[in-house]
Write a protein that binds this ligand. Structure first.
Ligand SMILES: Cc1cc2nc3c(=O)[nH]c(=O)nc-3n(C[C@H](O)[C@H](O)[C@H](O)COP(=O)(O)OP(=O)(O)OC[C@H]3O[C@@H](n4cnc5c(N)ncnc54)[C@H](O)[C@@H]3O)c2cc1C
Length: 165
């Protein structure tokens, strides 16, 4: 199910970002502990600047329940576990999508089952060819949708111009 459909159906949708994909939770935990011990009087946001860009470090520190002025040696084990979660499972609740005018690709359209996969002629209306955005296909951006539009357009054009080839 695509995100927009899930939101419309009333599901709670969230993104989870792993800010330290090269480390396991245990490794993040251990490294935090080592850094807390090495720099016990540092504030959390300063310490986090060694992990993520400075502006994001401030955001993470603000999201954690730890007061900004607290020194890291006073952070409890359960609070450290919350920090590990923030770094490994940084969650964003999705509340909506951009308006259609800002969309790059539209989900929905004529079902792929309703067209011939070689000529893209409609199975319901002879001589009608359905391609590109009119089809119910939506890929990631990065050229896939353009390629789909070019390829389906080429095949449909060839079939329409030279039926039976
Ligand atoms: C801002 C933006 C960024 C995008 N970036 C990417 C990307 O990075 N990678 C990627 O793969 N895809 C991207 N896409 C999606 C990609 O551009 C489309 O999937 C692709 O162009 C669809 O091609 P199409 O020929 O089906 O439709 P369109 O390109 O929309 O062409 C339809 C044409 O029909 C014309 N038309 C409409 N109604 C009529 C009418 N009644 N009579 C005559 N002509 C009509 C329109 O003017 C338009 O020229 C992006 C789309 C947008 C909007």
């Amino acid at each position: 199910m695509v995100v927009v459909d899930a939101l419309r159906a009333g599901y709670e949708v969230f993104l989870s970002i792993d800010l330290k994909p090269g480390m396991t939770e245990e490794e993040v935990h251990a490294r935090l502990q080592r850094e807390f011990e090495a720099h016990p009087h540092q504030q959390l946001s300063t310490l986090l600047q060694g992990w993520v860009p400075a502006t994001l470090a401030d955001v993470l520190a603000g999201l954690s329940p730890i007061e900004p002025e607290r020194r890291v040696h006073r952070i409890r084990a359960d609070e450290r576990a919350d920090l590990v979660r923030l770094l490994k499972d940084f969650r964003w609740t999705l509340t909506g999508s951009l308006p259609i005018a800002a969309g790059m690709v539209t989900a929905g359209g004529v079902s792929l089952k309703e067209v011939d996969p070689v000529t893209f002629e409609s199975r319901k209306v002879r001589g009608l060819y359905i391609v590109g955005e009119l089809l119910d296909l939506a890929a990631d951006t990065g050229g896939f949708n353009l390629q789909a539009a070019f390829s389906t357009g080429y095949l449909a054009g060839a079939a329409a111009a030279l039926p039976g080839t």
